[in-house]
Ligand binder design. Structure first.
Ligand SMILES: NC(=O)c1ccc[n+]([C@@H]2O[C@H](COP(=O)([O-])OP(=O)(O)OC[C@H]3O[C@@H](n4cnc5c(N)ncnc54)[C@H](O)[C@@H]3O)[C@@H](O)[C@H]2O)c1
Length: 333
């Protein structure tokens, strides 16, 4: 297959592209190397991909609609996995414009490209953050998700809805993924696991929000990539729901899909697990809840299981140990 992946210098895009290349697919990668976090880490991921046969790299901004259009026309992908975005919940309070630009304008440009160059299946990354103020657990895709708490969540919800309109009008098969806190080797420096390990190794305390009274449905990166690769082969077909819990639109080949295992872990247990993997005591600095944060997330994996027959299962101890192993190898002690 020819697969176009956006965000290939990013955490998830890098892992997905590596997996697709290893399976013999041709991958065109798009990334503009935004400076949101350490660009050297993005460059290293990019270098690794460039060493694999079948990879073509495009340092291109999603906002460059003409550039994106000519790439899609020339590469003629059968599949597009759109992962590039301005990610991060907290940064959306500091730099909201970056979210409008990458997530709204950028995602719209991807949709426009698919309108002019039809693909078999377009997949786009949304987030568990769209569940916003919802408190009923687990989060089901069929629940209303109308109360976002950050602009990050609002832009992702908007992209789900722009995708629905394009899917309806131009019959583009689209799956919108709602990812739940993804972690693992090559993970993001702005996320808790990375910060906890880095601070502890450097002899500094870690900030623990809401006094540790938080829960997250953590998803190990290899499980996430397994799920995406399986879903590639399951484009939504209008009029053919796969389960009573399907979110398939009645008027478009469009589906919203949680990717999470449904086994939330308490933040304090998570920190204990990191402490064990590192073998260094972690000093905790307990703080109040951050604006825009949610206390808990938990995915209903029922639709994912109906579609692909499995769900993320890697135990947190295994996944955290893999991250620590990578961190120490990459950055040293
Ligand atoms: N990691 C998670 O826990 C998580 C959870 C929910 C949703 N998501 C979503 O999954 C996707 C991938 O996340 P990630 O963790 O790999 O993030 P990441 O920041 O590591 O990767 C995103 C990549 O997109 C690129 N990018 C950003 N704006 C761009 C633009 N305008 N043009 C071109 N490239 C641009 C960045 O340079 C970066 O390399 C994102 O859409 C994110 O919102 C991630």
């Amino acid at each position: 297959m020819r697969v176009l992946v956006t965000g290939t210098a990013g955490f998830i895009g890098f892992h997905l592209a590596r997996r697709l290349l290893a399976a013999g697919h041709a991958v065109a990668g798009v990334d503009s190397m935004t400076p949101y976090y350490d660009v050297a880490l993005k460059e290293r991921r990019e270098e690794i991909l460039l060493a694999q046969p079948g990879f073509s790299n495009h340092r291109l901004a999603l906002e460059d609609s003409a550039g994106l259009d000519s790439l899609v026309a020339a590469f003629a992908p059968e599949i597009i996995v759109h992962l590039a975005a301005q990610a991060g919940v907290r940064y959306s309070l500091e730099n909201p414009r970056a979210y409008i630009s990458s997530n709204i304008v950028g995602s719209h440009n991807i949709l426009e490209s698919c309108r002019h160059h039809p693909v078999r299946h377009l997949m786009m990354a949304s987030t568990s953050s769209v569940y916003g103020a919802n408190t009923e657990m687990p989060f089901r895709e069929t629940d209303k998700a109308d109360h976002p708490l950050t602009l990050y969540a609002a832009t992702k919800k908007a992209s789900e809805e722009m995708a629905h309109a394009y899917s309806h009008l131009w019959k583009i098969p689209i799956t919108m993924f709602r990812f739940f806190t993804v972690y693992g080797p090559w993970g993001r420096p702005d996320m808790a696991l990375f910060k906890f390990v880095k601070n502890t190794i450097e002899g500094r305390p870690i900030d623990v929000y809401n006094h540790g009274q938080m829960k997250r449905d953590f998803t190990y990166i290899d499980d996430l990539v397994d799920a995406i690769v399986s879903v590639i082969a399951c484009p939504p077909v209008e009029g053919q729901p796969v389960s009573p819990v399907d979110t398939l639109s009645p008027v478009a080949p469009h589906r919203v899909l949680n990717i999470g295992g449904g086994q939330p872990v308490g933040l304090l247990d998570y920190i204990d697990t990191i402490e064990q993997a590192l073998g260094i005591p972690i000093t905790r600095n307990y703080l109040e809840m951050q604006p825009g944060d949610v206390p808990s997330t938990s995915a209903s994996p029922a639709l994912l299981e109906a579609l692909i027959g499995s769900r993320p299962q890697t135990p947190i101890g295994v996944g955290v140990a893999e991250f620590v192993r990578w961190y120490l190898e990459y950055y040293g002690r």
